[in-house]
Design a binder for this molecule. Structure first.
Ligand code: PBG
Length: 336
């Protein structure tokens, strides 16, 4: 038996019959077979709004991103909608913090006030999402309440989350996104929303959220008071199997969508989750991913536009249908 080789023998020399370069030959061919397409509609722009400021404040480690005033956050949401972004996600930075994060439930606090404004501005056109956590509101900077030993108390934290979820839903926000990584948080929040008559408000679980150092610049953005780390509640970056359990539990508890966070260093998790569950999968391209690429671009070491595009395409290729990105508003028109 002679082996069949995938080569022709023109001129007596072996030539490949299979030429993968054929479909790479022109922009039109590459576009036709690209498989992955990212548009602004699948992007979510995070927005920071800080209490008690009259001018937007730059964030040291996130060049190009600002803490908004109550006025400018409204404008930023309108700009996102005009750019073709699919949603905006709000983060409040309060002036005062306490042990239980009471600012988070205040109907007139910074987050709820800004959410109401943003819903009025763009709520009919794009999705208004609200991050649900206590870390911006607690004086110790943890995502939950502490017990007498100083440990984060899962179940008491959840009770507080339930109140925050209802306060956020009252503003008209369409999606509540709990990011605290307490066990059972999604089910409890679902129940609280339903009991308060907010059964149509959706829940996006930050299901597979890792204890990552790539949230560093975000801590500047919200002026987090955290000392120590979140390793007792966020996932260990070295453990993969746990993510599926987190995701499946969240889906069972009623999560309408799930998230993997961070994105780029965790694409194996994004792919595994996307292959396993049948709810929309989001990935959060976090502050450290933004900062690294911006820093390299500022040095002239990478081409900013092309590198940002590539990063978004790769996150989508891994299976994320929704990408939360600090570049959303700027890149939505460029991706069109
Ligand atoms: C919690 C929250 C964090 C981020 C999003 N939601 C911080 C944390 O869990 O430590 C990080 C986002 C980013 O780094 O861009 N409020």
């Amino acid at each position: 038996m002679t082996a069949v080789h995938p080569v022709g023998t023109a001129h007596g020399i072996g030539f490949p019959r299979t030429r993968l370069r054929r479909l790479r030959a022109t922009p039109a061919l590459r576009e036709l077979v690209a498989q992955t397409h990212v548009t602004g509609r699948g992007l979510v722009q995070p927005l920071f709004v800080r209490e008690g400021i009259t001018e937007p404040q730059p964030i040291r480690s996130m060049p190009g991103v600002v803490q908004h005033t109550r006025d400018t956050v409204r404008k930023a949401a309108a700009d996102a909608a005009a750019a073709g972004v699919g949603g905006v996600m709000l983060f409040g930075v309060p002036q005062r913090r306490d042990a239980v994060g009471s600012g988070a439930t205040d109907p007139d606090g910074i987050a709820q006030g800004a959410l109401r404004d943003v819903v009025a501005e763009v709520g009919a056109d794009i999705v208004v999402l609200s991050d649900l956590n206590l870390d911006e509101y607690t004086d110790h900077g943890h995502s939950g309440l502490l017990n007498t030993q100083g440990e984060v108390d899962n179940d008491r934290s959840i009770e507080q989350y339930m109140a925050v979820a209802v306060a956020q839903a009252e503003t008209g926000a369409a999606v509540i996104a709990p990011s605290g990584m307490m066990d059972g948080q999604v089910g409890a929040i679902r129940d609280a929303l339903d009991r308060a008559g907010h059964e149509t408000v959706a829940v996006l679980g930050y299901s597979a959220k890792f204890a990552s150092h790539f949230y560093g610049p975000f801590r500047d953005a919200v002026e987090s008071a955290l000392l120590g780390d979140r390793k007792t509640y966020q996932q260990d970056p070295r453990r993969r199997g746990e993510s599926l359990r987190e995701v499946q539990l969240d889906v069972a508890e009623g999560a309408d969508m799930v998230m993997v966070k961070p994105a780029a260093l965790y694409l194996d998790i994004v792919r595994q989750v996307a292959d396993t569950v049948h709810v929309p999968v989001a990935a959060y391209q976090v502050s450290g991913e933004y900062a690294m690429l911006e820093a390299a671009a500022r040095q002239g070491w990478v081409n900013r536009d092309l590198a940002v595009r590539e990063s978004l395409h790769c996150i989508a290729r891994a299976g994320a249908g929704v990408i939360i990105s600090y570049w959303a508003t700027e890149f939505a028109p460029k991706l069109a």
